[in-house]
Ligand binder design. Structure first.
Ligand code: ATP
Length: 219
């Protein structure tokens, strides 16, 4: 008898999502298909430790993430970081999810290359691989070229690099780069456009454009 397979890999996608845009959504959808993820859980950051206070409140960023993902049955939103009183650190979120989901479930932390390049500044960053795999999406303007990586990241890329099929075979520990259709969309640019009174259409889902307008965000 074949051993019964447990639930498939769960993608975890953290970010400020200030606001969530089509670059984020396309990354998650590509990851779901290309990496064989069962679902992708979006986790908006509460008070991001690495950056300035977001332009929108946690409640608004959470509401926009919910609107943006509502029509995709493969997506879900986790409010825990926004609800938490203390700063969000990814390692603490991974500890929580590992406790919640058990030791066997493959977890795949999704990142764009720009976020990956900043990994050595994250709290307890080398321990992330004890809790999850990492999958790194291409992003216009950034490269994962090993020759140009910081030595610690280059070493890690060399030892942990794997292909998507490996993700379902272990709960954590691998690094998998993947390509997505390049979308040079950023939340920074969206906030700047809004500030300048320019249209946001076709950069974000219509429901999010509408939410930003109704709640007068980023003015
Ligand atoms: P900001 O411009 O405010 O820095 P952002 O658009 O980079 O925001 P974040 O919420 O900081 O969005 O990003 C969350 C994650 O999504 C990060 O891992 C980032 O690398 C990734 N990401 C964001 N936009 C894109 C994009 N257009 N293509 C690929 N990855 C992206």
């Amino acid at each position: 008898m074949k051993p019964e397979r447990g639930p498939g890999p769960l993608g975890l996608f953290g970010g400020t999502f200030d606001p969530i845009h089509l670059g984020h959504l396309r990354l998650a959808e590509t990851a779901r298909e290309a990496l064989g993820l069962e679902r992708v859980r979006f986790i908006p950051a509460g008070q991001p430790p690495h950056r300035a206070t977001p332009g929108a409140s946690g409640a608004d960023r959470l509401a926009m993430a919910r609107l943006a993902t509502a029509d995709n049955p493969g997506f879900e939103v986790d409010a825990a970081e926004v609800d938490a009183a203390q700063a969000s650190f990814t390692i603490l979120t991974l500890e929580r999810l590992r406790a919640e989901l058990g030791p066997a479930r493959p977890l795949v932390l999704l990142l764009g290359v720009d976020a990956f390049l900043g990994l050595p500044t994250w709290r307890r960053w080398t321990e992330l691989f004890d809790f999850a795999h990492l999958a790194v999406a291409s992003r216009p303007g950034y490269t994962l070229d090993e020759a140009r990586l910081a030595p610690a990241l280059a070493a890690l890329t060399e030892t942990r690099r794997a292909t998507p099929d490996v993700l379902a075979t272990a709960p954590a520990g691998c690094l998998v780069p993947f390509d997505m259709t390049p979308l040079a969309i950023s939340a920074t640019d969206i906030r700047a456009r809004r500030g300048a009174g320019l249209s946001l259409r076709y950069l974000l889902p219509p429901a999010v454009v509408d939410y930003i307008s109704r709640h007068q965000l980023y003015l």
